[in-house]
Design a protein around this ligand. Structure first.
Ligand SMILES: [Zn+2]
Length: 553
């Protein structure tokens, strides 16, 4: 054992300057609500060497990356990127859902809330100190498998303004996940990881950096997430925190010589995108500004760790629909409609058929793409799941059929198309596998988790979405919601543009293969061999010594 260690040390000392066996750092970079067409659409605007051009010019750029499921929401997307599995694997269907609370009554829970832990670093006066963890994510992540393969020596961290994006992408065996307090921008974690913030994180919070971001984006007090979050100031705020983490924890300089990993999810594109839509000049400006900020971030990595020692994957957690306003301007029938337009008549119809026993309602809420039903209210009325869901499904179809006779107004001489349901399935149908053997059936099968409870999965017409207010959203089985970038950078990849259809689940599969570790527990992705250098003699890319060698003690 001693001899092996000495040999190992000599080898790593000799090769310290070359690409040494394995990447020193894996970076999984997510832009929230970043549609797959953006990088090519704005390509001419990217001037920096190490911004998006790190992928477009120096990396492998995949033009046709589509999620193969039909619940395109943030928590599910980030879990899919981390685990290489869909909702039927990782069990995260939505950002929030309903579970019985301690009193037995249904309560809404977030995908990462965990009563057993408390928030760490929350500003004084924070009312809800409920902690968070990845305990509802029922699959391991790439980061988890890296930690396991190195006997706990690899250090894995997650960072995002959103808790679910920081936690679900990085996973369970992580050393830390950090996100912000929405009101103040203060960085937080949970006692799942630690009882106090690391010195570097406390310093970052005390440095006045949040106030600087407010000044940069010219907004006043409060509402940091909504106000600053729309601007490029919040992109640099997140990347600067990630830099502080990399410096503070010496990521990429692992004392055992194994690979470290960080997942970074930039929320800003989602916050601005919901407010103004993908075609608004502000979204283009935010992306172009992000290019410059990414250049600074990757140049920093080059100086500290060396880009030759870093492997990066970049993707998005979902795309987005064109807004109604932009659709109007382009002559494309786009329709947003308030969900209560159908949930209110639906509730009335249900209550007329099944008189309520108690104060609850039958419809909990439309949480796109799921219409969530109140199992407890139906059970109190003596109605079983199959009847409850089938009756509700028939009523929803009846309500939307009636919309077909009503005009939603005209724009530019064209009638707006009425809201239409194209596909609708009950929880029981999904659970029993009673779905058609079509692409759509497969997408829905990949979207189901028992966590949705009694529910209906609903897809609407193209560019039709239940939504309150202006702006737009994402969730559907339609291509524009499923299309995201897939970009790879690093010594193992052959630079170029690839037009084959790939999926975000391929990231975990590809990196697990390169690192010579097990795939995450529920991974279904494909190794992207078309973009990988051949290994061995005569190749500029040498496969690494297996990770376990460096962990012999
Ligand atoms: Zn998102």
């Amino acid at each position: 054992m001693i001899l092996l260690t000495v040999v190992g040390l000599c080898t790593s000392a000799l090769l310290a300057d070359a690409y040494d066996a394995q990447p020193k750092l894996v970076v999984v970079l997510v832009f929230d609500q970043f549609r797959g067409d953006y990088l090519d659409r704005y390509r001419a605007d990217f001037k920096a060497k190490n911004g998006f051009n790190l992928f477009l010019k120096q990396g492998a750029h995949f033009t046709d990356c589509y999620y193969d499921y039909a619940n395109l929401v943030t928590a599910a997307g980030h879990s899919t990127i981390g685990t290489g599995a869909y909702t039927d694997g990782h069990q995260i269907p939505l950002n929030e859902w309903y579970e019985p609370g301690p009193d037995g009554k249904l309560r809404q829970v977030s995908s990462v809330a965990d009563d057993r832990y408390k928030l760490v670093g929350a500003p004084a006066g924070t009312k809800d100190l409920t902690g968070a963890s990845a305990h509802r994510e029922m699959a391991t992540t790439l980061g988890d498998e890296l930690v396991l393969a190195t006997g706990g020596r690899a250090r894995v961290y997650g960072v995002s303004m959103k808790d679910r994006a920081a936690i679900l992408t990085s996973g369970h065996a992580t050393k830390g996940a950090f996100w912000i307090d929405h009101d103040t921008g203060t960085w937080l974690t949970s006692t799942y990881w630690m009882t106090q913030l690391p010195g570097w994180a406390a310093e970052f919070n005390a440095s006045g950096r949040a106030e600087m971001a407010r000044k940069e984006s010219a907004v006043g007090e409060g509402g940091f997430y909504e106000k600053v979050g729309k601007s490029a100031a919040s992109v640099s705020y997140q990347l600067d925190f990630a830099k502080a983490l990399i410096v503070g924890e010496k990521l990429g300089q692992n004392p055992y010589g194994v690979t470290d990993m960080i997942t970074i999810s930039v929320s800003s594109t989602d916050i601005n995108g919901h407010a103004f839509g993908p075609d608004d000049p502000s979204q283009r400006e935010l992306i172009v500004q992000s290019d410059v900020l990414l250049d600074a971030f990757f140049t920093f990595l080059d100086k500290t760790i060396g880009l030759k020692n870093v492997m990066v994957a970049m993707t998005g957690d979902h795309g987005v629909a064109t807004s109604q306003k932009a659709g109007d301007a382009m002559g494309m029938p786009v329709l947003d409609f308030p969900p209560k337009q159908f949930t209110q008549p639906l509730e009335a119809m249900l209550e007329a058929k099944y008189p309520l026993k108690g104060k609850d309602a039958y419809v909990l809420q439309m949480d796109n793409p799921y219409l969530l039903l109140n199992r407890q209210a139906f059970e109190a009325a003596g109605i079983a799941e199959e009847e409850a869901e089938n009756t509700t499904k028939a009523m929803v179809e009846q309500i939307f059929a009636a919309f077909g006779n009503a005009s939603d107004g005209a724009i530019g001489g064209r009638e707006r198309e009425p809201a239409a349901v194209t596909h609708i399935y009950t929880s029981k149908e999904m659970r029993d596998g009673r779905l058609p053997e079509t692409q759509y059936g497969r997408l829905v099968a990949h979207s189901y988790s028992p966590n949705v409870g009694w529910a209906l999965h609903i897809n609407f017409g193209p560019y039709q979405f239940p939504w309150n207010g202006s702006g737009t959203t994402h969730f559907s089985a339609n291509s524009y919601d499923r299309h995201v970038p897939l970009e790879l950078f690093g010594a193992a990849f052959v630079p170029g543009t690839y037009h084959g259809v790939v999926a975000p689940v391929d990231i975990a599969a590809t990196f697990a293969s390169l690192l010579r570790i097990n795939r995450p527990s529920a991974a279904v992705g494909r190794v992207l061999t078309e973009a990988m250098r051949s290994e061995g003699a005569g190749s500029s890319w040498a496969p690494g010594a297996p990770l376990h060698k460096t962990s012999v003690k």
